[in-house]
Design a protein around this ligand. Structure first.
Ligand code: F6R
Length: 614
């Protein structure tokens, strides 16, 4: 979950590393560091606990040397607390190599035992690898061979980058179940956890398959397997606009990303509707015959992506009439799940690198199941290891709390539901076209609801001292309520829980006390009158017990007015699309409550954007 960047070239190495780290800081921000080696074999290392700003401060008082070769790291602590000593890079004991690492070395204890005579500077598994590499280099005399020998001894998950003072102009790296991409420039080469690390310098990227060793110099790259056999690679052009990963004048990335949701939805639909009917070209690889045979779907995801999966489930079942289960990736493979050859697995992941989801997808593939990845990150590991990928075109999502990716994941799953419905003949053409026509209005409707910001801001400021908020919904409103609660926990550190409204009377209603704020997601009375009246009854039940009701309701619905303290209006739409609108005020609410509490909206404590450890 750490961010790593490597650079070889004649540019401003420290500047390239720092700007890369700034774009990767979402991956972890406990500490950061850089190491640079110049062509005369001098090296320098600067690192500091805290966010990147601390490292920048250190570099002002103690500048790095100029040099052609540099590695940088932003950390999310696993082995050892977030201290200066545990920050990466790490030197070997003799200072001959510097090394950074993302992941966990599982045989760390055995390796450490071999080094009983060494006094380590940190508590990290990484320093052990640096020391082993320094020793191996002293024996074999060349960095690449030494690195290969050490890498083959490691167990766990890792992306490693290392450079030697005896071989300036070269970085060796390896990946095993942890991300790594290469950037190709003119007379310069880059490595990164993802393309954000170098997109401002080059749009040419090379995806690196698992279990590869990559060597970069200013003139090019070599990619081999762990045994040294040359590996095939494919170059691609990065589709993201580098400016998309900047704040662009917004106070936070999250604010910018909430406001980008209309475009995220529109871009995810674009190119997938042909003459009013959904046709996802990426699914051609699976063949219509297979999609007709599918008798069950399992959606695998974590966190917000899992809530998107829960919402997508309603649409797929409704339109394609295939049973769908949604399971947290980390629970799936440890319970001996039952499936047959016609079970289709769909993973949902913004980053495409979430280790829990990657492992679950690999497990499904080992059982012979077909897998589709819904992913926001081009050429990430999960889509590359799946049979087909449906990309969500939300653009880079930098804030740790997911917003625009969530909406685009829901839309991608809904498009998938409509594609399956067409292939399986499960929906009349007329119903299909009507649904698509409504889906195409969603970007404008999301734009309308993004504009409720001011109203929600006032509400959040008024509720600044709240220490518990509940969220209620039924049907698709239930996972939407879970997402509203997650946003508040994540960035405002407030106890928040989402409930299925019907479940309340089975226990949680005991939580309702005088003044307890409760967000209620009210379904449309037009399209879902039965559920609507049930939710209105639920509102009355909790209102009678003193709850303060914040109702998110469709424009024109007056039934809740007598019982709600605050009413937030969203445009009219079909029931299955309601989450795309109802979640937006809750995103703003979490953002504003975090802001009013003086917290870091984009980088909440203890979290990282991409969870690449199990
Ligand atoms: C919450 C959030 C997380 C992620 C989860 C999965 O705002 O961002 O819950 O949704 O860690 O991440 P991806 O989608 O990258 O697999």
């Amino acid at each position: 979950m750490c961010g790593i960047v490597g650079y070889v070239g004649s540019g401003d190495t420290a500047g390239v590393l720092l700007s890369g780290l700034a774009r990767l800081e979402y991956r972890g921000y406990d500490s950061a560091g850089i190491a640079i080696i110049n062509d005369t074999g001098e090296s320098c290392l600067r690192k500091s606990s805290g966010k990147l700003a601390q490292l920048r401060k250190l570099l002002e008082s103690s500048p790095a040397i100029a040099g052609s070769t540099g590695i940088g790291h932003t950390r999310w602590a696993t082995h050892g607390g977030p201290t200066d000593e545990n920050a990466h890079p790490h030197y070997s004991e003799d200072g001959s190599v510097v090394l950074i690492h993302n992941g966990i070395i599982e045989n760390f204890a055995q390796l450490r035992d071999e080094l009983a005579d060494v006094k380590l500077q940190s508590e990290t598994d990484t320093e052990v690898v640096a020391v082993l590499l320094g020793r191996e280099l002293a024996i074999v005399g060349d960095l690449e061979t030494a690195f290969r020998n050490v890498v083959k001894r490691l167990k766990g998950t890792f992306t490693l980058l290392a450079a030697a003072v005896s071989e300036p102009g070269k970085i060796v790296s390896a990946r095993h179940h942890s991300p790594l991409v290469i950037g190709l420039g003119e007379g310069e080469s880059f490595l990164g956890s993802d393309v954000a690390a170098f997109v401002e310098h080059t749009r040419r990227a090379v995806a690196v398959a698992d279990d590869r060793i990559v060597v970069i110099t200013a003139d090019g790259v070599t990619v081999t397997d762990f045994d040294g056999n040359l590996a095939e690679v494919s170059e691609y052009e990065i589709a993201w606009d580098p400016a998309a990963a900047d704040k662009g004048g917004w106070p936070s990335f999250m604010a910018k990303e909430i406001s980008e949701q209309p475009a995220a939805v529109a871009d995810t639909i674009r190119g997938r509707v042909n003459d009013g009917v959904v046709d996802i070209p990426e699914l051609a690889a699976l063949g219509d015959e297979y999609l007709q045979r599918v008798n069950r779907i399992v959606i695998l995801a974590c966190g917000t992506a899992a809530y998107a999966g829960m919402i997508g489930r309603y649409a797929i079942e409704e339109w394609a009439r295939v049973p769908v289960e949604v399971e947290l990736s980390h629970e799936f493979r440890y319970r001996n799940p039952i499936f047959d050859a016609n079970t289709l697995v769909i993973s949902v992941s913004q980053s495409g690198e979430t280790m829990d989801t990657l492992m679950a997808v690999n497990f499904a593939r080992e059982q012979g199941l077909k897998t589709i990845s819904v992913c926001n990150t081009q050429s990430a590991t999960i889509p590359r290891e799946s049979d087909a990928a449906i990309y969500t075109y939300a653009g880079p999502e930098v804030a740790v709390a997911s917003t625009k990716a969530f909406l685009s994941q829901i839309v991608a799953l809904q498009l998938l539901g409509l594609h399956l419905a067409r292939v399986r003949g499960a929906l009349t053409t007329e119903a299909h076209r009507e649904t698509v026509a409504e889906l195409q209005t969603i970007p404008d409707k999301v734009a309308e609801v993004v504009a409720v910001h001011k109203q929600v801001k006032e509400l959040a400021h008024w509720m600044a001292n709240t220490n518990s908020v509940l969220f209620l919904g039924r049907h698709v409103g239930f996972p939407t309520a879970l997402e509203g609660a997650l946003k508040l926990k994540e960035i405002a550190y407030i106890h928040a829980e989402g409930f299925a409204a019907g479940e309340l009377k089975h226990g949680p209603i005991a939580l309702i006390d005088h003044g307890q704020p409760v967000f209620v997601l009210v379904p449309s009375p037009r399209t879902n009158s039965v559920m609507h009246s049930k939710v209105v009854s639920n509102i009355q039940e909790i209102r009678a017990r003193g709850a303060r009701i914040i109702a998110i309701v469709e424009t024109g619905d007056t039934a809740v007015l007598p019982f709600a303290d605050d009413v937030i209006r969203v445009p009219l739409t079909d029931v299955l699309f309601e989450p795309l609108l109802q979640v937006v005020p809750m995103q703003w609410f979490a953002l504003e409550l975090s802001t009013v509490k003086g917290l870091d909206v984009d980088q909440p404590r203890n979290l990282a954007k991409s969870v690449t450890v199990e």
